[in-house]
Design a protein around this ligand. Structure first.
Ligand code: GDP
Ligand code: MG
Length: 299
């Protein structure tokens, strides 16, 4: 690459839910900007992470998975977000799981083919391939699916080969000046990230009992006696769900609050007082006005 050439572009992570897109984004950007969890569909917003290196800047769009079923407003909005980032991107990273190929992977591959954009195939979760000799035939089979610009096997979780991916991405970006300041990791506000942290803790503590359509909104963000007071509302759809989130004697909500506060402290590098409320909003997932209030465009 010419020394004077600077490259900058938008990079979209495409792939079915649970292949490890959020984990990869975190590994690349080196800071927690997108929540990960063992459950699919945890990423709803298009989160932008920024990776800077010598002579390049890659702006990442973390997409929610594309969902087959579209009958609820929320899923429609999620699909639109995923398709939107695909159209915006200069480079696509198609993420697949080395141990599993499904119909949803096939659908993601089809979208990538139709876009006619440069695409890197990322074969993630290579650490799970046992015995290791199985990896090569898997890579050969996957490489043959499309004229990929590159194929990178890696483990986002362990960080194996993530550095190599950075070297592969840079020359595939278009020429251009940096879009964001170098020290900026995300253009999402820290409030949004705080809400994402609360939602991640809810996902971990509630696991299978996590209500569909749960959402977190930051209502207060105020300086108070040398500390930051953060007030967050956890929105659920029904009274029964409110009880589940709060837990016996408030135990669960307390657990969520403590874990979230520690992460928010770390993120902001300062002392934070976090207050959580759980409120009921009837059927908000179907309510377009409410969706917009949460940052979705459901139209
Ligand atoms: P997304 O839905 O595509 O964003 O997937 P996530 O990043 O949320 O990851 C889904 C699950 O796969 C989580 O439990 C991750 O810890 C796990 N995971 C992601 N990358 C790897 C990997 O390289 N190896 C292994 N063993 N697990 C991974
Ligand atoms: Mg995700």
């Amino acid at each position: 690459m010419n020394e004077a050439t600077h490259r900058c572009g938008y990079v979209a992570l495409i792939g079915r839910p649970n292949v490890g897109k959020s984990t990869l984004l975190n590994a690349l950007v080196g800071q927690k900007v997108s929540i990960t969890s063992p459950k699919p569909q945890t990423t709803r917003h298009r989160i932008v992470g920024i990776l800077g290196g010598p002579g390049f800047q890659a702006v990442f769009l973390d997409t929610p998975g594309l969902h087959a079923r579209q009958h609820r407003g929320l899923n429609r909005a999620m699909n639109r977000a995923a398709l939107g980032s695909l159209a915006e991107a200069d480079l696509l990273l198609l993420v697949v799981d080395a141990t599993r190929w499904t119909q949803e992977d096939e659908a993601a591959l089809e979208r990538v083919r139709q876009s006619e954009k440069p695409v890197v195939l990322i074969v993630n979760k290579c650490d799970k391939v046992k015995p290791r000799e199985k990896l090569l035939p898997t890579l050969e089979r996957l490489s043959a699916l499309h004229a990929f610009d590159a194929v990178v096997p890696l483990s986002a979780l362990k960080g194996d080969n993530v550095e190599r991916l950075k070297d592969v991405i840079a020359p595939l970006l278009p020429e251009g000046e940096a879009i964001y300041a170098e020290d900026q990791v995300t253009d999402r506000s820290v409030r949004f990230l705080a809400a994402e942290i609360v939602r991640e803790k809810l996902t971990r503590v509630l696991q299978e009992e996590l209500p569909y359509g749960i959402s977190v909104e930051i209502e207060r963000w105020e300086e108070e006696d040398n500390r930051l007071l953060v007030g967050a509302v956890i929105w659920v759809e029904r009274e029964g769900q409110r009880k589940i989130v709060i837990g016996e004697g408030g135990q669960r909500l307390k657990e969520v609050g403590q874990a979230a506060r520690l992460d928010i402290n770390d993120m902001l590098e300062r002392r934070v007082h976090l207050e959580l409320w759980v409120k009921v909003r009837e059927n908000w997932a179907d309510n377009e006005a409410a969706l917009r209030q949460f940052g979705y465009d459901p139209s």
